[in-house]
Ligand binder design. Structure first.
Ligand code: PLP
Length: 442
């Protein structure tokens, strides 16, 4: 077969794409060999730089360097979260370790029989056990879990929900639109601030087929003249109940921590509570207070989980092996009652004394008392005592430019590195960055 260049030369047609690169493009691309970008990407950037140089006086090398730098910065990479936001949505929410498996997995394969198996089945059994539920199912994220739940149990049906719970969560995901998507009819009851049991009773009257949806107001608070109906009372009404818990705290006793539960968790509803109250389905995120990878978890009765599993959307929303593996490790840590294996709980459970000792060990720099927050739209308003290292001035941009970028925050003209969200093995990286900053800013 003729290569297109040969073809072109035979027919004497000039072509642009298939001629070899003019040496200047290749040479330019080669100047950034150590950047971590592929040669193909570098060639594309070199072409772009050459093109831009025609209208930009900065010179092709400078333009190329800038393009390479910003392309390298855009790649997914490890960063150090020194913001004090425990579940930082822009930094991947709960910190999870990703091991490179680099091989085949028995993802849908039964080792005992050598025949085809069910993806996630083992994880889902352990999740059900952990939550005290009849059955469990895992999908891509919490939003998918909610759409799947409503689609499987409430398509063509009325869904009764309090006006105080018609919420929007991050990314423009709005409850009324979700219901429309699932083909359910929205039956709003009560008012913004107060909804009573009789309101739900009114919504369910003469409606044998309706489903009740309760949504945890995880990302905002209402105070003052407010009241809502608790889940056990709603379940008592007899209709199938779907609980969108969102944040996904497993149990208020936090027996996986070496200390008593943090006071800032007080009042946060839990997965086990919802299951025990008799919710037909409880849905929550894997990467909020559960502390696992991005996932949507559904737990509930065998019957309703069975409907979700059989729904075509489940196939579209299912997780891959990497997520199943990471979530499986989180579940094992809970089953072993060992929160030290879960990044979120390790960080949330660090004592102020411990953080202070780490800050002091860095020497030279100001140890500052600061406040961490939970983040991820969870427990709004909650502040957690923390300790960090402070440097005068706003150095955020400089810290982001480091080889391992450090994300910090500025408070009253001072750059603060909150150690609560920094893993202790990164303290050394932080220290050398600060020493360098100290020299450059002199
Ligand atoms: C976070 C949240 C969701 C969405 O979960 P994602 O995992 O972000 O998709 C849904 N409902 C509630 C109440 C939430 O807090």
């Amino acid at each position: 077969m003729l290569r297109c260049c040969e073809l072109a030369s035979r027919h004497r047609v000039p072509t642009l794409d298939c001629v070899t690169h003019p040496p200047s493009v290749d040479a330019l691309a080669n100047t950034a060999r150590g950047s971590g970008l592929s040669h193909a990407s570098l060639v594309a950037l070199a072409r772009k730089a050459i093109q831009q140089a025609q209208v930009d006086s900065r010179g092709v090398e400078a333009l190329f360097e800038e393009l390479v730098h910003s392309a390298a910065r855009r790649r997914l990479q490890r960063v150090i979260n020194a913001t004090g936001v425990l579940i930082h949505t822009n930094l991947g929410r709960s910190p999870v370790r990703v091991d490179e498996l680099g091989g085949a997995l028995n993802l849908e394969f039964e080792l005992s029989t050598g025949s085809r198996g069910v993806r996630g089945a083992d994880l889902e059994e352990r999740l059900a056990l952990l939550c005290g539920a009849g059955s469990a199912l895992v999908v891509n994220n919490g939003a998918a879990a909610l759409i799947l739940a409503l689609s499987a149990v409430a398509t063509g049906k009325d869904v009764v929900i309090s006006r105080g719970e018609l919420v929007e969560i991050g990314g423009g995901f709005r409850l009324p639109e979700v219901m429309l998507q699932a083909g359910s009819r929205l039956v709003e009851v009560g008012t913004t601030n107060k909804t009573h049991l009789r309101d739900y009773q009114g919504g369910l009257a003469d409606n044998q087929d309706a489903v009740v949806l309760k949504v945890h107001r995880s990302n905002f608070t209402m105070s003052g003249f407010v009241s809502e109906v608790d889940l056990p009372s709603l379940v008592g009404l007899g209709a199938p109940t779907v609980m969108d818990l969102g944040s996904g705290l497993l149990d208020s006793r936090c027996s996986w921590l070496p200390t008593s539960p943090p006071s800032w968790l007080a009042g946060e509803p839990t997965v086990r509570e919802c299951v025990q109250a008799g919710a037909g389905l409880t849905v929550f995120s894997g990467d909020k207070l559960f502390g696992g990878p991005q996932a949507g978890i559904l737990v509930g009765t065998r019957e309703l989980i069975g409907l979700c599993r059989a729904h075509p959307l489940f196939r579209a929303f299912r997780c891959g092996g990497l997520i199943i593996e990471a979530l499986s490790r989180t579940v094992d840590a809970y089953l072993a009652n060992d929160g030290s294996e879960i990044g979120f709980w390790r960080q949330a459970g660090s004592t102020v004394e411990n953080l202070r000792a780490r800050a002091a060990a860095m020497g030279l720099f100001d140890v500052v008392e600061t406040k961490s927050v939970v983040g991820g739209g969870c427990l709004p308003g909650v502040e957690i005592d923390s300790v960090g290292v402070g440097i005068n001035g706003d150095h955020r941009q400089w810290l982001l430019g480091l080889e391992i970028p450090i994300v910090a925050r500025v408070f009253e003209g001072c750059t603060i590195l909150d150690l609560r969200t920094v893993e202790p093995f990164d303290d050394a990286v932080l220290k050398s960055a600060l020493l360098e900053l100290d020299t450059v800013s002199r």
